[in-house]
Design a protein around this ligand. Structure first.
Ligand code: GLP
Length: 242
């Protein structure tokens, strides 16, 4: 595991964008898994800036999202599909043909999960999974206690996750009780993993990762041992010198 400390969110966004651009330079048709949340906003803004400046093209790569709420249409204000469309796909001029998003409103969610895994396999597997980190250590919507053997699945969201999201959302919308998410098994099969961690609220989860012991109470620790795990973190999360 390689950790790079970033002084501020803009630095983290720029460094993560370098990583994505390096991959796209080598492999323009790369397959990526993308996170939602506040943390990747700097990355997406920087990628859009580079597309506008003609420094990178993102229109040949393939994109999957990590997770979404269950039961929302993709134009709902809370929908992760909507978030990615607004913050990345539209401004970075990525055509719909390159994007496969989890259908949170699928009539048959179990079937959607199986079809999603099949679509990732059909694309040749993930070249890069970019992840955020939940306050409770979740990656995507893999909550504490979730099996690390699961692939894409429906999940009942943790009370803490729903409380955090309710707060972020100012109580404007009722947070769904369930989500749909790539499983830890799906994520760990990615050839490279880039974890972005930002904000003091993530300290306990980040400390669990840095301790270096796989622990099902902290899903992020499932990434330990991945041969190509890179972590970019807020300098505020740096453990004090021993
Ligand atoms: C949500 C998402 C995760 C995301 C996490 C962190 O729970 N399901 O995929 O990584 O939030 O969000 P933020 O970056 O806003 O802290």
């Amino acid at each position: 595991m390689k950790i790079t400390w970033c002084e501020n969110p803009a630095a983290l966004g720029a460094l993560a964008a370098d990583r994505v651009c390096d991959l796209l330079a080598k492999r323009p048709e790369a397959v990526l898994a993308l996170p939602t949340g506040h943390t990747p906003l700097g990355l997406y803004a920087e990628l859009v800036r580079r597309v506008d400046a003609g420094q990178v093209r993102m229109d040949r790569a393939r994109y999957f999202n990590l997770d979404d709420y269950l039961g929302l249409t993709d134009d709902h204000p809370l929908s992760y599909a909507r978030f990615l469309r607004r913050n990345l796909f539209v401004p970075a001029r990525i055509p719909d043909s390159q994007v496969r998003l989890l259908q949170g409103h699928a009539a048959d969610p179990q079937r959607e999960c199986a079809e999603y895994d099949a679509a990732i396999a059909h694309a040749g597997g993930l070249d890069l999974a970019i992840l955020g980190l939940g306050v409770n250590g979740h990656i995507a919507f893999n909550e504490p206690g979730a099996s690390w053997l699961w692939r894409t699945h429906v999940v009942t969201l943790d009370a803490q996750t729903r409380a955090t999201h309710r707060e972020q959302n100012g109580g404007a919308h009722e947070i769904p009780e369930q989500g749909i998410t790539m499983g830890v098994a799906t994520i760990r099969e990615a050839r490279r993993v880039l974890l972005l961690a930002s904000g003091k609220a993530k300290q306990a989860a980040f400390d669990a990762l840095v301790r270096g012991l796989p622990d099902p109470r902290w899903p992020v620790t499932s990434l330990l041992g991945h041969p190509q795990l890179q972590v970019m973190a807020d300098a505020a999360l740096r453990p004090p010198p021993a």
